[in-house]
Structures are given as C-alpha cells and as structure tokens.
Ligand binder design. Structure first.
Ligand code: ATP
Ligand code: MG
Ligand code: MG
Ligand code: MG
Length: 484
C-alpha cells in the first residue's frame, strides 16, 4: 500500500466515524516557544488543556512533523525520520478509552478490501499502564485480544503529561512484531520497561500511540507528581507514524525504503555510483540524504529559510548534512538539483500545494548548497591539516583553539567540526573551543570600547593578527555573521 494511500485511508476511516477532518497545520508552530510541530496534537493543545472549547467533539488529521531530537537516529534505527507524518484521531470529551481502542483495532486489522490496513492481528502487541484495568478488561473481554501480548508498565514508562501541572494520562501503544529474525522475543505481563532489551527494539516497532487524557496532575519533578483526580473533560489524543506503517505494509526494512522516500536513495546511488546495501556506513549516509532532503523540502515549503539560529539553523544543518553525506559518498558536485526534484515529485501527491511552489523552494535550497560548498572548499584543507597534526602528535582530540580557528576564519560551525572529527575517529576539546570563543567576545568588547574612546589598543590588534597568522582585519564578530 502506497504511503499516500495510508494517509487517505486514515482520513476516510475517521471521517466515516463522524470525525471533523482537520488539515495539517504548518511545520512552523504558531506557538513561538515551540520550534516545530512535533506531534499531531500540537494544534489541538488548547482543547486538550481546556483553555479553549473545541469547535467539534471528534477530529482527525495527518500532521506534518519535524523532530530534531531524532536526528542522530536517522539512518541508524529503522524507524526515525526528522520529517514524518503523524496520523491522529482526537476526542474532546466524547469517546474515551474503549472507543479509541475499538477504532484502532478495527482500522489496523480490518482487511484492505474493507478500507482497513489489514495487519495480521497476531503480530500486534500492546503496552498499557499497569493500573489501567479499564483498557485491559476491554481488550481481553470485548476485543478478544490475548493477554500473552499485553505488557503492563509502570507510570513513568507509559504516561503522558505536558511537563507541568495540568492534564496527564496513561497511554496504550500498539507495536508490530516483525518476527524472530529481527530480535529476541519480548516478555509480556508486568514489566519494568518495553521491549526489555535493545536487541528487541528493531523487532517490535511502535506504530500507534493512544493517549488517554484522564487526570489532573500536580507539581513535581519529572514523573514524580501526584494525580489530583479526574479531569472534567477527558480527551483522546492519538498518533500513528504513517511512514512506520508504510514500511511494514510495503515489506521494507525501514522507513527510508518506502515508496515516498526510496527513489531519493536511488538517485543518490546513481550520482555516486555506490550501491545501497553494499556497505553499512554508506547505507546510513544514503538514508540521511533521503531523509534530510525531504525534511528540507517540507520546511522551506512551510516558510523556513536557512539561517544561523532557531528554525533557520535546523534547516541549514539538514541541508549541510545532506550535502556532506553526498561528499562522503564520493560525490563532489552540487547534488540538490538532482535530489530535491525527486523528493518533490514524491511528496506532492499528498501535498499538492508543493506543486506550484517548487521554483521558490529550489532556489532557496540550491543557494544554500552553493554557500555551503564554498565554506567546505575553504575549510576542508585546513581541517585535514589539523587532523594530520593531531595524529602526528599521537593525540585523539582536536584542540579547542583549532576548532575555534576553523569557526572564526573558515566559517565552520562547531557542530560541523564535531561531526567531521567524529568521522575520522577524533574528539574535539569543546571546552577549549568555548573558552576561545568567550575570549574573543571579550576582545571584541574591549576593541569596541577602545573605538568608542578613540584609543585603539594596537597591542591587542597585533596579537589578533598574529594569532590568525595572516593579515585579516579584525571586523569584530557576532554569531550571526560567521556561518555561511
Ligand atoms: P519511539 O519510541 O519509536 O521514538 P515515540 O514514542 O517517541 O516513538 P510518539 O511521540 O508516541 O513516538 O509519536 C507517535 C507516533 O509517531 C509513534 O508511535 C510513531 O509511530 C511515530 N513517530 C514518532 N517519532 C517518529 C519519527 N522520528 N519518525 C517517524 N515516525 C515517528
Ligand atoms: Mg521517540
Ligand atoms: Mg516510544
Ligand atoms: Mg510513543
């Protein structure tokens, strides 16, 4: 089943169950305290915390999401994208646990001919809060779900809350068992955590998280807070990973191999001449490329522009990582003009608004690649020199001052130096880097003060020239002028 079809079926199923179809909100959340929309429930937060009355009792959406905290997982786990689509159904004071469980069971297991996803029920497991006897009883007695595939977890492992006093609830998570070839069997019944071992993580894939918003929680650190009673208006908030379901239904190994992503890997193979599946590290790089190109496409479409802070910096980093991954795959030419159109062609089926916007989006992405190529051209030789020096000295760490010089003179942001160092098996003295940064800020301040008083401290100026080893005029430094 195509990814766009999973998307469509989701909306159809819940629309038939009297849910209001709500279009995806932008990736750029209207709440400035949130960098990006990270879950389907974000646009509905006021209805869930009760600060606004929902205009409908039931809603359904497929929400575009970005999770930067998953960036290190991309390409390494089978199931994390920086961009992904979270399908959700919501109830604001209408149906509760039983209704949510029934809908999820029906949609997951009813046959594809009947409009469902047709998953084999025997492959499904569910995790619940150990005190949620209502869901447990309903599953066992009404749904007929076997106790041998129910896992009961403590509150810390199964709850949802906003991190502050307000609504909180237990959750039920549906997992799909990919089979013994992907890891050891997980134990059922009461457990401290799920799936119990890192080896089992690739076997049991979390596909759908149901949140049962039931309690009012009080003050407390982490998960250590009292439950003060039941909410007047209970809510259901769920999220299913569309790409995760896609790779299961498409019989693929991971979410980078689905119909909506894999053609970008194929394009990368063609450009680089490397073969996907031949080398584990190359495979990770190709998955990173495919993931990041898609995320960049969707972010620029939603109005983000590359920059040096906040959202713009995330976008910049995604484009840079994609470009650098292509270089590590042996391709030194501009690659975005070959990759971005492929991703665009794949995504516009579900997001037709992308169609007419492509020339604006591509101008931004291609210009960013060009700027980064210039940065790399300037700094890579210097970086390699530094690495050579570190190795010659029998050391394992790039000195902070060198990292600083790469940053200051060549426009290498520290995370680029960190990543490049890691790739050659070195660490970076980050503390030394920070010290050099703040020293320079001090100097800039002193310099500015000197300028104000009309007294230029030539000793300071000469020292700066000496340190740089070249006659670069000191123009002062702000975070926003460095990286290109
Ligand atoms: P995991 O434990 O696998 O990291 P999660 O518990 O962080 O997932 P939720 O916050 O519960 O995920 O999000 C709801 C659903 O969205 C998940 O069950 C999963 O199917 C999907 N999902 C979450 N993060 C990602 C991601 N980075 N890429 C793709 N799908 C995701
Ligand atoms: Mg997660
Ligand atoms: Mg999880
Ligand atoms: Mg979850």
């Amino acid at each position: 089943m195509r990814t766009s079809e999973i998307h469509r079926r989701w909306l159809d199923f819940f629309a038939k169950k009297q849910h209001e179809v709500v279009p995806s909100a932008s990736l750029v959340s209207s709440d400035p305290s949130i960098l990006f929309t990270i879950a389907g429930m974000v646009p509905f937060i006021p209805y869930i915390v009760g600060t606004e009355k929902a205009p409908y009792d039931r809603a359904v959406s497929v929400q575009k999401c970005i999770r930067t905290n998953d960036i290190e997982n991309v390409g390494r786990t089978t199931r994390h994208g920086t961009f992904f689509q979270m399908a959700g159904n919501f109830s604001f004071g209408d149906y509760f646990k039983k209704g949510a469980i029934d809908f999820s069971w029906e949609l997951l297991t009813s046959s594809q001919d009947e409009g469902g996803y047709g998953l084999d029920p025997e492959r499904l497991w569910i995790t619940l809060w150990e005190e949620d006897s209502e869901s447990y009883q309903h599953l066992v007695q009404t749904v007929g779900f076997p106790e041998s595939r129910i896992v009961l977890l403590p509150w810390e492992e199964s709850c949802w809350d906003t991190g502050q006093p307000g609504p909180a609830g237990s959750t039920g998570e549906w997992h799909y068992d990919r089979g013994p070839e992907f890891g050891p069997e997980a134990p059922s019944g009461r457990q401290a955590e799920w799936p119990g071992s890192p080896e089992a993580e690739d076997r049991y894939i979390e596909i759908w998280n149901l949140v049962f918003d039931q309690f009012l929680r009080g003050e407390g650190k982490g998960k250590d807070y009292p439950l003060l009673g039941e909410l007047d208006q209970k809510a259901i908030d769920t999220g299913l990973g569309v790409e995760r379901l896609a790779y299961i239904l498409q019989g693929r190994n991971n979410l980078y191999e689905i119909d909506q992503v894999f053609p970008v890997i194929e394009a990368a193979q063609e450009l680089t001449g490397r073969v996907y599946g031949a080398d584990a590290e190359d495979d990770v790089r190709m998955r990173v490329v495919a993931d990041h190109v898609r995320s960049a496409l969707m972010l620029v479409a939603d109005g983000v522009r590359p920059g040096n802070e906040g959202r713009g910096y995330v976008l910049r980093r995604l484009i840079r990582r994609a470009v650098r991954s292509m270089r590590l795959l042996g391709y030194d030419e501009p690659s975005m003009p070959s990759l971005l159109p492929v991703s665009h062609g794949l995504m516009k089926e579900s997001y037709p608004e992308l169609g007419p916007d492509f020339s604006r989006i591509s101008d931004i992405v291609y210009a960013e690649e060009e700027a980064f190529r210039r940065t790399l051209q300037a700094g890579t030789a210097r970086f390699e020199q530094v690495v050579g020096g570190v190795r010659d000295a029998g050391a394992r760490s790039v000195p902070g001052e060198e990292a600083f010089r790469l940053h200051d003179t060549y426009g290498f942001p520290i995370d680029l130096t960190l990543e490049m160092a890691q790739e050659v098996g070195l660490s970076v003295d980050e503390e030394g880097f920070r010290a050099a940064m703040s020293e320079q800020r001090e100097r800039a301040r002193a310099d500015a003060a000197a300028k104000k008083t009309g007294h230029t401290d030539t000793a300071l100026y000469n020292r700066l020239l000496g340190e740089r080893g070249e006659a670069v005029p000191f123009l002062g430094y702000t975070e926003s002028t460095v990286a290109t």
